[in-house]
Design a protein around this ligand. Sequence first.
Ligand code: ATP
Ligand code: MG
Ligand code: FE
Length: 346
Amino acid sequence: PLVLGIETSCDETGIGIVRGRKLLANVISSSMDEHARYGGVVPEVAARAHVEAITPAIRQAVAEAGIRLSDLDAVAVTCGPGLAGALMVGVAAAKALAISLDKPLFAVNHLVGHVGADVLGEEGPLEYPTIALLVSGGHTSLLLVRDLVSDVELLGETIDDAAGEAFDKVARVLGMPYPGGPHIDRLAATGSPTAIRFPRGLSQPKDMAAHRYDFSFSGLKTSVARWVEIRRDAGEEIPLGDVAASFREAVADVLLTKAIAACSDFNVPRLLLGGGVVANARIRELAGQKCADAGVTLRVPPLALCTDNGAMIAALAAELIMAGAQPSGMDFGADSTLPVTTIQIL
Ligand code: ATP
Ligand code: MG
Ligand code: FE
């Protein structure tokens, strides 16, 4: 099926067009720069940017894909989770498009969309079951995916900050601009990952009983900030490379240790990564090592499909259609806290 997907859950206005598992267009307009001076995404600013970007992005995607809107078999949209006002812009646009074209509409889950992105990669259809680790500025979630279109279970998630958020906050402490993830990543290449032993959240035996698959990054962020502050106050020079490398190591270590534990506990020999933080060089490297050691097959979608985009939403809807799912009604709304088990709002 030929599907146009609309994604507006955070700061990216994403319009993607797929034909089945083939990517035809993936247009992304980000309001990231407008949030930079606030050090994080401002919901009202994001929603307004979506309003301005969405129509040009749809036009561009249609042109890039070389199709006409009337060729579409369906329209798909992220209905949650995400920022309420931002989601509403996408939902309104999707309904307008579907009604005016008289096409079926699929309202789908953003997080499951991140998993769905992977079918557009070179490796083809997903194999089941698979563990999925999604790490972005807003999410850190570990999922057990028995079937992309019908059975996704949340094993664990962050109980405070998302991993990307921790990167952004630590970057700020070190005096680097938002979004800080890429800056920390580059800086870390100049330091030693074993120079400083920063805490691995929820990894102590006492935490593992109740939080085996959950994450916590706010203690790590505070620990880095204190470490730096004490030395700054004492007038010492801060070994920025070592701080960045040791922090990055703590994040990568805890993410992949828990993901591999899930693979082992559920006897699942497959791990899939998604979300913008997957750009991180050490996370990719450690994922490769740990998966090889554990006999787990690793899948990582192309980076342009890891960050928020509309193609993954179109891809998930295409999978739903190919599996025989019914379209959504027209009376659904944006749900900022949509649980991952709700793959589609009907
Ligand atoms: P959502 O949480 O809704 O998926 P988001 O916009 O917060 O959306 P993404 O766009 O997927 O998330 O990713 C952005 C995050 O990824 C930022 O926090 C950024 O700092 C982080 N990031 C990007 N590149 C790297 C990197 N090389 N290393 C670490 N973090 C990175
Ligand atoms: Mg983003
Ligand atoms: Fe996302």
